[in-house]
Design a protein around this ligand. Structure first.
Ligand SMILES: O=C(O)c1ccccc1NCC(=O)[C@H](O)[C@H](O)COP(=O)(O)O
Length: 210
């Protein structure tokens, strides 16, 4: 299973988290986020990473030109679209960045909203389901209704996100079977400062699901 730890801001933490078992690291390229990092900070954080670790830039309602410039300058291997991007936008981004993984995040409000995920599966590599929050785009610590997701079975791989922690991960994975999980505030001391003890505990609790 893929494990993405999102909202990395410090180079030494990126190495430590990869060593503990993360398969992907996420970098927040949304200027209003307390976890925002510049291209230079991403470059520093990925410089020593093994090539097998995915480096995902998280964007929200950013232009294709700006996303492409950031990806090329910072060596990102994937882009996570966390705003209100349309399926058409995902298709256009794919034309600009054919080698880059495109992850469309859905901030799920209800079952009907979940059904719109099907509109994206032809144009993206991966979906990510996150909790809806009226004021914040992500990193909210809010959980989804996992029971509602039990029937969710898109035609592309998907990540479960939203309020996951070392304490609830086993319960979450007993109810849903995503291809990957994504955690941010549940393994943090403060926004952007990861708690390496909590990350270690996460991998311990994941056991052989890793
Ligand atoms: O984390 C942020 O600050 C953020 C800001 C703007 C857009 C997206 C953002 N995070 C996206 C993520 O992938 C988080 O990991 C995801 O929302 C889960 O966060 P959490 O509930 O804290 O585990």
């Amino acid at each position: 299973m893929r494990v993405k730890i999102c909202g990395i801001t410090q180079p030494q933490q990126s190495i430590a988290i990869a060593t503990l078992g993360a398969t992907a690291l996420g970098f927040i390229c949304v200027p209003t986020s307390p976890r925002y990092v510049t291209i230079e900070q991403i470059q520093a954080a990925v410089a020593q990473l093994p090539s097998k670790i995915d480096r995902i830039g998280v964007f929200a309602n950013t232009s294709i030109t700006e996303i492409s410039q950031t990806v090329l300058a910072s060596g990102l291997t994937g882009v996570q679209l966390h705003g209100d991007e349309s399926a058409e936008f995902c298709y256009q981004l794919r034309q600009s960045l054919p080698q880059v993984e495109i992850i469309k995040a859905m901030r799920v409000r209800n079952l009907e909203h979940l059904q719109t995920a099907a509109n994206y599966t032809k144009f993206v590599d991966t979906l990510l389901l996150d909790a809806y929050h009226p004021q914040q785009l992500g990193g909210t610590g809010k959980t989804l209704d996992w029971q509602m997701l039990q029937e969710f079975s898109p035609t592309c791989p998907w990540f479960l996100a939203g309020g996951l922690t070392p304490d609830n991960i086993v319960d979450a994975l007993s109810q849903v079977q995503p291809n990957g999980i994504d955690l941010s505030s549940g393994v943090e001391l403060s926004p952007g400062d990861k708690d390496l003890d909590k990350v270690a505990l996460l991998f311990q609790r994941l056991g052989n699901r890793k």
